[in-house]
Ligand binder design. Sequence first.
Ligand code: RB5
Length: 146
Amino acid sequence: MIALGADHGGYELKESIKKHLDEKGIAYHDFGTLTGEAIDYPVIAEQVANAVAAGEYEKAILCCGTGIGISMAANKVKGIRCACCSDYFSAYYTRLHNDANILAMGGRVVGPGLACMLVDVFLETEFEGGRHQRRIDLIKAIEDKQ
Ligand code: RB5
């Protein structure tokens, strides 16, 4: 089960991703916006990020207009490593090297075809660990110093 969330700028992309996940049989919980009406992206980001940080969901997908604002907000939650991606290489390596637990994308940046490819590689790629775990631990150390 993964978590999904979007503001109005990412609503249509989120709906396309839901259709893709339905076709693949991947379960999700949609934190909204459920209608496409305007909602401030930090509100959705905080709800989804809190749920991931609490261990309710292993991973999440967030969408706003650019993917940037919603990723910035999600990354304020301790334990969240949200990567805003619009290319395949980044979506792959942010799992492999950064153990990202949230993928953010911009509904005004990427089309649904590319977005679904990014979702797939994000969900299917395992964290490599090793030397990269030390770097994740250093990110955690920064959080602990705040
Ligand atoms: C909303 O218009 C827009 O600012 C938002 O979706 C996002 O792009 C912010 O980063």
